[in-house]
Design a protein around this ligand. Sequence first.
Ligand SMILES: [Zn+2]
Length: 352
Amino acid sequence: MKNIKEIFKKIVQIDSVSGEEKLMRDFIIYLLKNKKNYFYKVDKVGNLFIKNNKKNNKPLLFCAHLDTVEPGRKIKPQIKNGYFVSDGQTILGADNKAFVAVLIDILINQKIEKNIEIVFSVREETGGGIEFFPFRWLKSNKGIIFDNANPIGGIVLRSPKIINFYISFFGRSSHASLPKDGINSLIPMIKFIKNLPIGIYKKNTTINIGIINSGSAINTIPEKTVIKGEIRSYNENNFQVIKNKIIKKISLIKKNFLGKVELVFDGYCPGYNFQEKDFFVQEIKQIIIKNKIKPYFLNHSGISDANILNQKGIKTIVLSDGVIDPHTTREKIKVEDLYKLKELTIDFMSNL
Ligand SMILES: [Zn+2]
């Protein structure tokens, strides 16, 4: 595998949907067999950590996720009009194997003089991967991730905090003709939703109720009602205000409801927020310019491994990777963009 095109083509054909990254990980370890300059370790959830033995500077971290979404099995990559595409039955897997291929190419074909660390993470798409990484293994305090589906040159400055909430109202069922015999679990749910600012709550914060399940038959008083929703915010204060509003509403409802109410918050993901003038951001921008690519700034409405890395104190910037329509069977990437990603990454490794 002498060039990135070959590497990319090869690794998208190694199935690695979330939770099943072993083959992909083993392949990278196999490639490192005769590379005396690199050390690797695998943590207990399967994240692969690689470092070189340079001691000359504080290392810089590069992180890429090995997993893909479904349909991500038996991918058949092909090149059409200058783009890598799948056969239309599956995703392509350029998210995030475009960057995985770049890092593999550099590991096996390039000489890197500076100190670097690499984490190939698992379960990025589903959660439960990088969170469990033993961060004491890392010496880096800065990192780079190419995992944003926009034209190359994009620098992600912000990503929201997210938390999910689950509320269950437990009543007692009875026949529709005898409502007094039952406890209707729907009534407190309606009280809860009333005056809740569903949709946009101030600038930078949204609240969504995505799922409501209630009742079991037309002629039965609903015994159980469940609501599932999320808060998503770029602003710590607004995030807390909404979270507290929910807690307060539920405790008020509990006082007047004869049944039981349960509120659970889960799946917390920390956000991050960088300024354009930030020194590391500016250094990255200059390198992008040097590579004759137009830099631009953007926000990330979703999350990535960078959210966790930033929370752990590793200043990690997400960059756009040129992938188009990820998580769909139309997913594609320009072949030429793989080379651009590689050049940029080498430049980051040499000059950041
Ligand atoms: Zn991704």
